[in-house]
Design a binder for this molecule. Structure first.
Ligand code: FAD
Length: 400
């Protein structure tokens, strides 16, 4: 049970005299989702976003969102804004140089799709528009630099238009994507370098995708093709040196490399556009809750894209936090009791998501022959034991 809420907290000496119940750092997809989930809760919410335009940005990522994320985005009224999306009906999982493969299909779990593919930029645009609709106070061009908590509240400092501002709140939600260490003071953050980069792009093939995605494990890292409109979104993980080379290659040699690496199960690769790269690191906070602050989305856990779990997990963080706070709207949102309740609700899903993703990277990104055989056996077993396969799929779609 959370303690009764207090009236507006006294402000520390500051350049800005307004107090908010909840300040959210970061208007990315996860910060925006929690802000929208809090609409109608009665809390005074402020979103501080460093970018000049909440809906702007040209992130080259294309995300696979689970069917479970669709349900959350429908409740947030964001889903209609991001359509048309491309459904994933089947996922073909295999490993290079080894036996064993499995097919995961939406039919097996009685859903219209396992997930949907949407460009990050379109998602950001839809969330930005919803933030700008007026129900939340939004300040763009505001870069938060520090926070300091007391028993009663938390003071947040940010730069905007060359001026340093200070603002008070009862709860700070950190959804900055993990960008600034200044907002993680007191947190234990664990990091594992994978020595892998993701090269992404949009590729056309000689065969239509028929809404099938591919996840192929190779000793250098996984490679995924996600059906997207009339082509595929490619996520090719490689060592930083190989990624340098792939980024520098002209179109034809790039497509030849891709064909050799992936094989011909999706047809012949015809064109590549919008190449970009992302370094990959696992970074997660042992505990996402700090004094009068909570981290969520990539600020709490940044995962390898191998299983397409990062945004899906972050969206569930946002939804659960919004629900927990709205359910206890008469109470102090930054109290230990409120935040403990959120922590307990998210513990299992967070840690299972982190562990599953990390294990997949470790088990599948090497060429040790006995492990290759064990992986093949694992993939075949999944194919032979339908209840285990369904349980695995449910876990990937809806979380733990
Ligand atoms: C190559 C690749 C492929 C991926 N594919 C998938 C996938 O298929 N499925 C999936 O679920 N996930 C995927 N992910 C993960 C997914 O992209 C992230 O989990 C998700 O984008 C994180 O959203 P976020 O809102 O937490 O952070 P971000 O999107 O990083 O947003 C953070 C926001 O905070 C703002 N900000 C930062 N610092 C400050 C500050 N100091 N003050 C104010 N504002 C600040 C930023 O401007 C930004 O708007 C992938 C990741 C990569 C790298």
């Amino acid at each position: 049970m959370c303690p009764p809420g207090t009236a507006a907290i006294p402000l520390a000496p500051s350049l800005n005299t307004q107090a908010y119940d909840i300040v959210i750092v970061g208007g990315g997809p996860v910060g925006a989702a929690v802000a929208i989930a809090l609409h109608g809760s009665g809390f005074a919410v402020l979103v501080l976003e460093a970018r000049p335009d909440a809906g702007g940005g040209n992130d080259a990522r294309t995300l696979a969102m689970s069917y479970g994320s669709r349900l959350i985005l429908e409740r947030l009224a964001i889903w209609p804004q991001i359509e048309p999306v491309t459904p994933i009906e089947i996922i073909h999982v295999s490993q290079r140089g080894g036996f064993g493969r499995t097919l995961l299909s939406a039919q097996e779990v009685d859903l219209p799709a396992l997930g949907y593919v949407v460009p990050h930029a379109r998602l950001q645009q839809a969330f930005g528009k919803a933030l700008e609709s007026g129900q939340t106070t939004l300040m763009t061009g505001a870069r938060v630099i520090s926070m300091e908590s007391t028993v009663d509240g938390i003071t947040i400092e940010f730069h905007r238009q060359g001026i340093l501002h200070s603002i008070a709140a009862r709860l700070l939600i950190i959804a900055d994507g993990g960008a600034g260490a200044g907002l993680r003071v007191g947190a234990t953050v664990k990091t594992r370098e994978y020595g892998q980069h993701a090269v992404v792009g949009l590729v056309e093939t000689s065969r239509p995708h028929e809404f099938k995605a591919y996840e192929r494990f190779t000793p250098d890292g996984p490679i995924a093709l996600l059906p997207f409109e009339h082509r595929y979104a490619l996520v090719w993980t490689a060592t930083p040196e190989t990624a340098d080379r792939l980024m520098a290659l002209a179109t034809v040699p790039f497509l030849e490399s891709l064909q050799r690496h992936f094989g011909d199960r999706a047809g012949r690769f015809m064109s590549i556009e919008a190449r970009a790269r992302f370094p990959l690191t696992l970074r997660y906070a042992s505990d996402p809750v700090l004094a009068r602050a909570v981290m969520l989305g990539n600020a709490a856990q940044a995962l390898h894209p191998i299983a397409g779990q990062g945004f899906n997990l972050g969206l569930r963080d946002a939804w659960e936090l919004g629900e927990t706070l709205a359910r206890n709207a008469a109470l102090d949102p930054g109290s230990d009791e409120c935040l403990s309740s959120y922590r307990a609700l998210r513990r299992s899903d967070r840690f299972r998501g982190i562990a599953l993703t990390h294990s997949l990277v470790k088990i599948f990104s090497n060429d040790f022959a006995p492990l290759r055989a064990a992986r093949g056996a694992g993939l075949s077993l999944l194919e032979l034991v339908p209840p285990a396969k369904r349980a695995f799929m449910q876990r990937m779609i809806f979380g733990a």
